[in-house]
Write a protein that binds this ligand. Structure first.
Ligand SMILES: C[S@@+](CC[C@H](N)C(=O)[O-])C[C@H]1O[C@@H](n2cnc3c(N)ncnc32)[C@H](O)[C@@H]1O
Length: 228
């Protein structure tokens, strides 16, 4: 069942989702992000980027930023490290920006499909979490080239590992925790749409983009590049 990337649709990608449905899913996604330690590897990668580039000011774009909780974690990280950040959230759902800004995300927000972003916009850092599995392979190849071209200092993808262990664990956990129906549906679909290392090697080769591929606990891939 998990031998290749699934193309099953996620409810979150249904443009007909109402604001209430989308907001409920974003609330539970933030719970999952906290419980699955989703911020930590991204913040450690930012530590490495700052150490290697010497940057003290960073513009950071979060693609598919959802409820903005990663950007809020980055704002806290920046305050602790004394790094001045200019944060930008991008999400094609109009409900994401409304939710993120109401939650106090200290970011400029762009509601658009990523490929419609103004071609002149570039950022020191382009990152995304739980986003790339939404894209089919040919679009993901284009996204890798897009990130490479948009990021001045580095880019990072954090996404799920397609493996029976997290699939089974997540299937049980979202039900035990009585999560929102959209999250219950999309969580295992997300894992089935996600990646093994060979997928990333193949996609990077197709994009002609060089990057480091790292596995991180619990069952995530970090794919990224720092220019220094
Ligand atoms: C699973 S959510 C992840 C949200 C957040 N990054 C997190 O980790 O909780 C994926 C998000 O990507 C957005 N998205 C999907 N395709 C997109 C596209 N082509 N351009 C911009 N946003 C997109 C969806 O609207 C959704 O909010």
């Amino acid at each position: 069942m998990l031998h290749a990337r699934s193309s099953a649709a996620e409810w979150m990608d249904d443009a007909a989702a109402t604001e209430a449905e989308f907001a409920a899913a974003l609330r539970d996604l933030a719970r999952i992000n906290r419980m699955s330690l989703a911020y930590r590897p991204v913040l450690r990668w930012l530590d490495r980027l700052v150490a290697r580039t010497g940057a003290t000011r960073l513009s950071v774009l979060d693609v598919g930023a959802g409820g903005g909780d990663m950007l809020r974690a980055i704002a806290r990280w920046a305050a602790q490290r004394g790094v001045v950040v200019e944060l930008v959230g991008l999400d094609r759902s109009p409900w994401a920006g409304r939710y993120a800004l109401a939650a106090g995300t200290p970011a400029r927000w762009i509601t658009a499909d990523l490929f419609d972003l103004d071609p002149a916009e570039r950022f020191d850092v382009v990152l995304c979490s739980l986003f790339t599995h939404h894209l089919p392979d040919p679009v993901l190849v284009r996204f890798l080239q897009w990130a490479e071209a948009r990021a001045r200092l580095g880019w990072l993808i954090s996404d799920l590992h397609r493996h029976p262990l997290p699939w089974g664990f997540v299937w049980a956990a979202v039900r035990a925790l009585r999560m929102d129906p959209m999250v219950v549906h999309d969580s295992t679909v997300s894992i089935a749409r996600s990646f093994i290392r060979a997928d990333w090697a193949r996609l990077l080769a197709a994009a002609g983009v060089a990057a480091e591929i790292r596995w991180t606990f619990p069952f995530r891939w970090l794919v990224g590049s720092i220019r220094a």
